[in-house]
Design a protein around this ligand. Structure first.
Ligand SMILES: [Mn+2]
Length: 376
């Protein structure tokens, strides 16, 4: 697919909302929009990756299509959206089989897949026995509006002061990018680490902002006012404590950002105060740097060597990654807490809890009570 640039003059007096990487979490999108009081007075920009890695891909797609009809919404293409589109538009049965094969894994990892939802809707639930070759043309006909919707999503949205793109751009000469292969801009991994600076603000998703954390994990968007980059992705669905981030600015002239978030985790209220550990000394084992050596295995917590330093991690987070002992995302940071603080419970152990408070993960050793589970 070739890079397309949509140019848009935003009205000066409207609130702008921006989010990305919803990844099949329609309920989450609905909930975070409600939190932000989203209305027909606002403008919503969705910086790509609507589908997969979550249980509600088709629902999310339909929700965004509906919102485009009733509200002022500008969705952009994500690399996963494009990847799905290529399969859905393909005339090659081998690719249909590939998509089905992926979907079986997706159900195990993410609790659903776009193809599962599509097959269920046409009354032919996807199983290992499904004759996908005979079914796929029906899928292509039945979901023609959804496929056409994904196909028309632009790569880049340029406004007066901000440029939106799912992965990133190597420079601001958008005329030079137009018509080039879109894929490197959609899947610009680790964009912020490229060290680029811009004149207009560049707003991206794709790479979970938490992966830019070096001491303890921060899931809120990364906002760099000097280099003029906003990295939105809260790792919704792709990490156990991922969240859906939605930033708003009161008008397109403002960079006074307000954050709204949605979490799937149970909410708790802290009953005790806790002093934080040193944030500077805290360490964060993250997905792209997660090799460890086991020093001592315990029932709930184990001691590992991470970059030459001993560190305590939950035993259940240690796993084998292609023959390399690894630890899934965790930190040794102890959060600051006060009675009444609201937190999200990630992992409950005998001696403490791994929690997230104000988009930061860490340990809390005090007492707490569970909040009532409310259906949104
Ligand atoms: Mn992506």
């Amino acid at each position: 697919m070739k890079t397309t640039v949509q140019r848009l003059a935003l009205p000066e007096n409207k609130r702008i909302l921006m989010t990305s990487d919803i990844h099949g979490h329609a309920d989450g999108l609905r909930a975070v929009l409600k939190k932000a009081g989203f209305s027909q007075e606002d403008i919503l920009i969705i910086v790509g990756d609507l589908v997969e890695k979550g249980p509600q891909s088709l629902k999310t797609l339909r929700l965004v299509m509906d919102l485009c009809r009733t509200h002022t919404v500008y969705p952009l293409m994500g690399n996963v959206d494009l990847w799905r589109l290529e399969f859905l538009q393909s005339g090659n049965p081998e690719r249909w089989r590939e998509m089905a094969e992926y979907s079986f894994h997706a159900v195990e990892w993410w609790g659903g897949s776009l193809l599962h939802e599509m097959c269920a809707e046409v009354g032919r639930p996807l199983t290992r026995d499904t004759d996908i070759i005979s079914l796929f043309p029906l899928i292509q006909r039945h979901f023609a509006p959804e496929i056409a919707f994904i196909a028309q999503l632009p790569t880049i949205l340029e406004t007066q002061r901000m440029i939106f793109v799912h992965g990133g751009i190597p420079h601001e000469d958008l005329a030079a990018l137009q018509g080039t292969d879109a894929y490197p801009l959609l899947k610009f991994d680790d964009f912020y680490s490229a060290g680029l600076s811009f004149r207009k603000w560049i707003v991206v998703g794709h790479w979970p902002a938490v992966l830019y954390s070096r001491t303890y994990p921060v899931f809120s968007p990364l906002i760099d006012r000097e280099r003029r980059i906003v990295s939105l992705d809260g790792a919704c669905g792709v990490k156990r404590e991922g969240q859906l981030n939605l930033l708003s600015i009161p008008s397109c002239e403002s960079t006074d950002f307000t954050l709204y978030t949605w979490d799937h985790l149970p909410r708790i209220t802290a009953l005790d105060a806790q002093q934080p550990s040193s944030g500077e000394k805290a360490r964060y084992i993250r997905w792209n740097d997660h090799a460890v050596q086991l020093l001592q295995k315990g029932e709930e917590m184990s001691q590992v060597l991470y970059h030459g330093q001993p560190m305590d991690v939950p035993t259940q987070y240690i796993f084998d990654h292609d023959g390399v002992l690894s630890c899934s995302d965790t930190t040794d940071y102890a959060l600051e807490a006060a009675p009444g603080d609201e937190m999200y419970l990630i992992l409950q152990l005998k001696n403490g809890c791994y929690v997230k408070k104000n988009s930061v993960s860490g340990w809390y050793y005090g007492r707490y009570e569970m909040n009532e589970v409310k259906k949104s």
